[in-house]
Design a binder for this molecule. Structure first.
Ligand SMILES: Nc1ncnc2c1ncn2[C@@H]1O[C@H](COP(=O)(O)OP(=O)(O)OP(=O)(O)O)[C@@H](O)[C@H]1O
Ligand SMILES: [Mg+2]
Length: 473
């Protein structure tokens, strides 16, 4: 696969495209523009240019203004020749130069204009990439193991402008669906500079600060909420649409202009998938939709299906070692494959379960963790999870328990220390210690930068808190 960070270069004949675009200044707008693929042009389209030609002309004009700062004479020649439509000999007379000199000025100025536009384009691409990445949730992983083949397969389907338009990634909780979708979406953003990526989580969270944790209201994603989320991301600043049909048409119009990938995460939380799927079918093509769900959509017409497999042993052990390094467990880091293999044999290749087990070895020796887990061995992984969580819970003291119980109220984007303090009623000092302990145990994820540290919990931890802990208290 191509290196992830590689910026796609402009076409080798970009200079010719710029020259042709200048010649097209007065041509029929129906011809489009030879520089129509630039993000700069798309951005002018979003800012009121009525067609690609007008957008391209605005871009050329801005390029000429920038060029005039370093080569005023050259920019002037280009304006006279192409924007004023004057023949070379007229320009030569006007500037008191020979025709060959004007040609030379022109040729140099086109080189420079192409360079100026390439630089402006690189700036816009960088901004677009940042903007699109901000729509994703902060990544929950440092490194993903063993997903290259899956990701490449998804990229093949998602970057191809042909059906299938809807792709579903499914598998049990914690197997890595969101992570795979995230890694794929990031790669699409990096590779495709004229496209759009939108991200919607079906598990919309509304919460009531006064309410108890298990009263959290979790309305499933409705058709209108999906349309609202998509228009907010892809058509910012547009006044709200009065009907769904209008929103669908407006979205489809942008999908025609720019290749778009929409990720809908956690589709299993939608109680009425049957009613959402027709909308996805209406919206998709040429836009691509990537869905993640714990429930398989296998057999659903027009949906390409992919199941996330468990990690194989080498990848599972690499994940254990990375996790041990992160959690500061030097003994585990140094352990041989033979010593680590029992973890894999007991837990299997489910990344979240592996992370949780490693976290637990902070409290118990690995041998006792594994001995206890033997009891759950051979049972469905769901049972294994309940087992791991129960055990983690029993070992927590009061403050971490209170902090953890507040966490389902935090959205997937994570909450700040102050926010969690407000939810849990713990003072920031005690909370900080409690969270540090929970992060060590992998029960809470800490994301973001040191300046903007955010805490969040995994889906399964949320389920466990909402469904199980209430019975254990
Ligand atoms: N291939 C992988 N390598 C390393 N870590 C992984 C991998 N896949 C997932 N993880 C980690 O395992 C955890 C679970 O992954 P993820 O949240 O993607 O699962 P999921 O299938 O979306 O779960 P759910 O159904 O509950 O939403 C995350 O913390 C993630 O960072
Ligand atoms: Mg998920």
């Amino acid at each position: 696969m191509t290196p992830a960070s590689e910026h796609l270069p402009l076409p080798p004949d970009f200079r010719t495209h710029v020259h042709e675009a200048l010649k097209q200044w007065y041509a029929d707008p129906g011809e489009g523009s030879t520089i129509g693929y630039l993000n700069l042009v798309a951005s002018e389209r979003n800012h009121g240019a009525v067609n690609i030609r007008e957008a391209a002309n605005r871009v050329l004009n801005k390029g000429l203004t920038a060029l005039a700062m370093t080569n005023d004479a050259g920019a002037n020649v280009l304006r006279l020749r192409f924007l004023d439509g004057q023949a070379t000999f007229v320009v030569a007379n006007r500037l008191n130069q020979s025709q060959p000199t004007v040609y030379r000025y022109q040729s140099q100025a086109i080189d420079q204009l192409a360079a100026v536009l390439a630089e402006m384009e690189a700036g816009v691409r960088g901004q677009r990439q940042t903007l699109q990445e901000a729509r994703l949730e902060p990544a929950s992983y440092l490194r993903l193991f063993g997903i290259d083949a899956q990701r490449d397969k998804l990229l093949d389907v998602l970057l191809d402008s042909a059906p299938p338009w809807i792709v579903s990634v499914d598998g049990m909780g914690g197997i890595g669906k969101t992570s795979l979708a995230d890694a794929t979406a990031r790669e699409v953003i990096r590779r495709r500079h004229d496209g759009e990526v939108a991200w919607v989580s079906a598990r919309q969270q509304r919460f009531d600060l006064g309410g108890a944790v298990w009263q959290v209201d979790q309305p499933a994603l409705t058709s209108s909420a999906l349309l609202e989320a998509l228009t907010a991301q892809l058509l910012p600043g547009t006044p709200p649409f009065t009907t769904s049909d209008k929103a669908v048409s407006a979205l489809r119009a942008t999908f025609e202009l720019r290749p778009t990938l929409v990720v809908v995460d956690n589709l299993e939380t939608v109680t009425d998938v049957e009613s959402l799927l027709p909308l996805l079918h209406r919206l998709s093509g040429p836009a691509k939709f990537l869905l993640t769900s714990r429930h398989s959509l296998f057999g659903e017409a027009g949906v390409f299906h992919m199941r996330v497999p468990e990690l194989g042993e080498p990848d599972a052990l690499s994940l254990v070692r990375l996790e041990a390094e992160q959690r500061n467990l030097p003994e585990l880091v140094a352990a041989s494959d033979a010593e680590l293999r029992p973890i894999y044999r007991t837990v299997g290749g489910n990344p979240l379960a592996l992370r949780l087990v490693v976290g637990q070895s902070h409290v118990h020796s690995l041998a006792s963790v594994l001995a206890d887990l033997q009891a759950a061995r051979g049972t469905p992984v769901e049972t294994l999870y309940t087992f791991i969580y129960r055990w983690a819970w029993d070992n927590l003291s009061e403050a971490p328990r209170r902090a953890l119980l507040a966490m389902p109220l935090v959205t997937e984007r994570g909450g700040s220390l102050d926010f969690v303090a407000q939810l849990s009623g713990l003072d920031p000092g005690a909370l900080s210690d409690a969270l540090a302990e929970l992060v060590t145990l992998s029960l809470v994820d800490s994301r973001g930068s040191a300046l903007d540290r955010r805490y969040t919990i995994h889906n399964l931890t949320r389920t466990f808190l909402l469904e199980q802990v209430i019975r254990w208290q």
